[in-house]
Design a protein around this ligand. Structure first.
Ligand SMILES: Nc1ncnc2c1ncn2[C@@H]1O[C@H](COP(=O)(O)OP(=O)(O)OP(=O)(O)O)[C@@H](O)[C@H]1O
Ligand SMILES: [Mg+2]
Length: 478
């Protein structure tokens, strides 16, 4: 029978509640104790089963904690969030972590060290604590083990974690991946590493050139570096104005002035791969299309010696000669339009660099505004360039012979390559600089001035072009 006298008093209720709360806390703290003991002493394949039997897997702080599971695979598809987390957590390893994994793949520059299973990594984001744990669960016989990350945090931060934190993790991991990527040099028909480049063979690009070691006009260098910085940051801008996210540079100047070296310096600066596109090996526009489609994003496509590579005709010339664009002969317009079309549709960042020794011999289609974004003149060695080379090669800033050399340079065209070659002849600065003085004097009397004699200049141009064509043919034969 229900009677008021049977009701427990307020104090009884309170004390019952207090002891219930205390036991709940006790159970919770026991739960995490049990969980950590299980993790330490029970073999991995039994852990999950055991914990779920105890109902402890998610019971600790069940009311407040939320756990996200980031699977490595979703069916056959690789989960980018898993890879992102794995890369990101490499930067969060603390001395308390007891097990690490070490790996090095051919596409990486350095060793990569990541957390091993069951190690807890604690991260903090805007004052919120986030606990990551890599879990591996064994599958039935013969099947791959299942790997996933558990990410636990207070459930009230769900929006922050899903909307801001995880996208930041992805973004950061992308940058880390780029930084650690060994740069590649891709060439046609070259059987290098099998890294999925298809028709392109590749080797690791380990060129030491940087903007610091490059002798060129300081203003031009600064402008170029700023242009590159702006370009890589402008994805949204290109999209908004409906332009392909690409940038074209034309490097021109005599042989040995550093055009190829500049390309390597650009690749090092941006951490981009280089595709060396030899037009002589390309059959026609459709062949070119297939090659370009097979190039990866964040790369520099280089077409060296465009004036000697191949007879590139403008659209008008090609059609009058009866060739259809697309499957016919390679045309300059076809190539440039195609590059525009392709990259405006896929939105990937690409840089295209053409080099030539003779800008005046180029097809006007290439020089039209909007085609090549910057024309960069690589010139004979200037006094500034000379000082930079001396400091790089000899490690000195001043020497009594430097004034004399700068004076001689005013009367004779000497390339940075020639200066570099002289400076490498001795470790003794005195000997090397004396050698350079002799070289400059000889050059001033022996050789016809490159630009002063038009006929000699034309002859030299032809000889160089023929030399380069021959070199390319020999390379192809090999
Ligand atoms: N501007 C420069 N600064 C520093 N070193 C240079 C420079 N130019 C040339 N060199 C040195 O000379 C070598 C040859 O230069 P590079 O191949 O870059 O010249 P290039 O302009 O590409 O010539 P080509 O027109 O024949 O292709 C380089 O490996 C480098 O050591
Ligand atoms: Mg070159």
């Amino acid at each position: 029978m229900f009677s008021l006298s049977n009701m427990p008093s307020t104090s009884t209720v309170l004390s019952a509640y207090t002891s219930f709360a205390a036991s709940a806390m006790l159970v919770r703290s026991m739960a995490s104790e049990v969980r950590s003991i299980v993790e330490q002493f029970i073999p991995d394949h039994l852990q999950t089963k055991l914990l779920s039997v105890f109902g402890l897997l998610y019971s600790a702080n069940r009311s407040s904690q939320l756990t996200l599971v980031v699977n490595e695979h979703d069916g056959y598809t690789f989960n980018q969030m898993f890879e992102g987390a794995e890369i990101f957590l490499r930067t969060k390893i603390t001395p308390s972590v007891e097990r690490l994994r070490v790996s090095k793949f051919s596409k990486d520059k350095n060793l990569s060290v990541s957390v091993d299973r069951n190690q807890v990594i604690v991260d903090e984001f805007r004052g919120v604590e986030l606990r990551w744990r890599l879990v591996t669960a064994e599958r039935e016989e013969g099947r791959e083990e299942r790997k996933y990350f558990e990410l636990s945090f207070h459930r009230k931060h769900k929006e922050l974690v899903l909307g801001t934190y995880l996208p930041c993790v992805l973004e950061r991991s992308k940058t880390i991946k780029e930084e650690n990527k060994a740069m590649k040099l891709y060439s046609l028909g070259f059987c290098g590493d099998d890294d999925g480049g298809g028709v392109w063979g590749s080797i690791n690009l380990d060129h030491p050139a940087t903007f610091d070691t490059l002798a060129m006009d300081e203003n031009a260098k600064r402008e170029l570096m700023e242009d590159l910085d702006r370009f890589v940051k402008r994805k949204d801008f290109y999209r908004r104005v409906g332009k392909a996210w690409k940038r074209g540079y034309l490097l021109y100047g005599p042989p040995g002035t550093g055009k190829s070296t500049l390309i390597a310096a650009m690749a090092n600066y941006l951490n981009f791969n280089i595709y060396d596109l030899e037009l002589a090996s390309v059959q026609g526009n459709s062949d070119l299309r297939n090659l370009l489609v097979a190039t990866a994003t964040r790369s520099i496509i280089v077409i060296e010696d465009i004036d000697c590579s191949v007879e590139l005709h403008d659209r008008g010339a090609a059609t009058t000669a009866g060739n259809k664009e697309g499957d016919g002969r390679l045309t300059l317009s076809g190539m440039l339009n195609f590059m525009d079309g392709l990259w405006s549709s896929c939105g990937d960042e690409r840089i295209i660099v053409f080099t030539t020794n003779h800008k005046d011999k180029l097809d006007p289609a290439l020089l039209r505004p909007g085609r090549m974004d910057m024309h960069i003149h690589m010139s004979y060695c200037t006094p500034d360039g000379f000082r930079l080379l001396v400091s790089n090669y000899l490690g000195i800033k001043n020497h009594q012979l430097m004034g004399e050399i700068e004076g001689l340079m005013k009367n004779v065209n000497v390339t940075p390559a020639e200066v570099a070659e002289e400076l490498m002849k001795s470790d003794d600065a005195e000997v090397a600089l004396n050698g350079l003085v002799e070289f400059l004097k000889r050059k001033a009397t022996d050789e016809p001035h490159y630009n002063s004699n038009v006929e000699a200049g034309v002859l030299v141009q032809q000889m160089e072009c023929n030399k380069k064509k021959k070199k390319k043919k020999n390379k192809k034969k090999k």
